[in-house]
Design a protein around this ligand. Structure first.
Ligand code: SF4
Ligand code: SF4
Length: 367
């Protein structure tokens, strides 16, 4: 099906009428981030981006498209797994008895517009992590259950993208229940649209849809084919086993000489979920709050256990990141933890390229 560009505002209006808070891409701080929106005028229309290892910039174009750019630094991760969140508080009464109270979740119905295929793949990974049968995270679950996703297929990947080689993009898989409710492909004068859930179908039924034409479908195929031509890819080798077999490869040290251990790569990564837990005492000495906060395996404190920092140097931390992401993650979640979004390459201040790091190590491997 197809709808004209002017229907996009109707879509937003309908979502708001159903009680959704709409979140969509907007230009902020010279990047594109997700934030609350009520009007299509807030979308980054006529904007594209230039991304390279260690660099990012936005440019105005003469075009009228709303989604003609690749992902910015922020995935949808911070909307479900908050960067900092209070989990519970404790208080001591006059008799010295300590009581604990959990933070109540007020679930807000969120509709996120413009989510890309790589971030939907990352969302499914987070679902496997946070919603595992016996270890359900109530904080994540409360936000996830009322989430509506309107995905947009990528038309213009960045130089740093490699989702085609991980199998996660540039288009959202067309099978039902792949993580999106509605999937859009932006054409010159409107959008090809499909619903992947019943909820998505209900929302689309209120728009003025038209049957798509053969020409429009051919345009969509051309967009897909062009967006699949990406400059980077992962080696077509058994990365999982080879990384584990190359724990003493000298390349770890060579990469570490450049790496600042800043953790930017883990902050922007849509799948990284490491966190720390901190107790913050109040000044009254009788109460405290317990917080969960994003952490990074690149931090000195992340591997501090019983007085010892287990991974004291950067080469060990970089190795931990890569071997978890590409190797042990497969054992834990049935797939690698990398969806090929390329963010860690763009936002690394010293331009370390994860595809090059993997290649350096696994291609040197000798059976
Ligand atoms: S490791 Fe890098 S490319 Fe892979 S998902 Fe994370 S940020 Fe994206
Ligand atoms: S790889 Fe780059 S972004 Fe990641 S910790 Fe090292 S310097 Fe920072």
């Amino acid at each position: 099906m197809f709808f004209k560009t002017d229907q996009l505002q109707h879509l937003l209006d309908n979502l708001q009428a159903k009680g959704y808070t709409c979140i969509g891409p907007q230009v902020r701080h010279e990047t594109i981030i997700y934030d609350e929106m009520t009007s299509v005028e807030q979308l980054p229309q006529g904007i594209n981006d230039l991304q390279q290892p260690g660099s990012y910039s936005l440019n105005a174009t003469n075009g009228s498209k709303y989604f003609d750019w690749a992902n910015g630094p922020q995935a949808i991760k911070p909307l479900l797994f908050l960067p900092k969140e209070k989990l519970w508080s404790s208080a001591q009464d006059a008799d010295g008895k300590i009581s604990f109270s959990a933070v109540k979740h007020e679930a807000k119905k969120l509709a996120i517009i413009g989510v890309r295929a790589c971030d939907i793949a990352a969302l499914k990974i987070h679902d496997s992590h946070f919603l595992q049968q016996s270890f359900i995270d109530p904080y994540y679950q409360a936000r996830r259950q009322d989430l509506l996703i309107i995905a947009v297929n990528c038309s213009r990947p960045a130089d740093t993208c490699f989702c085609y080689s991980t199998g996660d993009g540039p288009f959202v898989p067309s099978l039902l229940k792949q993580g999106a409710d509605i999937v859009l492909t932006e054409l010159q004068d409107g959008f090809l649209v499909t619903a992947q859930t019943e909820q998505g179908e209900n929302i689309l039924s209120e728009l003025a849809l038209q049957e798509s034409t053969a020409e429009q479908r051919a345009e969509s195929e051309r967009i897909k084919s062009n967006a699949s031509k990406q400059n980077r890819q992962l080696p077509k080798l058994d990365i999982k086993s080879r990384l584990f077999e190359e724990l003493n490869n000298e390349a770890w040290h060579n990469i570490a000489e450049k790496c600042l251990s800043c953790g930017n790569c883990t902050s922007v990564c849509p799948t990284c979920f490491c966190h720390s837990e901190n107790e913050v005492p109040e000044l009254d000495g009788k109460s405290s709050s317990h917080y969960r906060e994003w952490d990074s395996c690149f931090g000195q404190g992340h591997s501090y256990i019983h007085g010892i920092t287990i991974r004291s140097d950067t080469s060990q931390r970089y190795r931990q990141w890569l071997t978890h992401k590409f190797s042990s993650w497969v054992d834990q979640y049935g797939r690698s933890g990398c969806v090929g979004c390329g963010r860690c390459i763009t936002w690394c201040p010293v331009a370390i390229d994860v595809t090059e790091s993997v290649a350096q190590i696994v291609e040197k491997h000798h059976d």
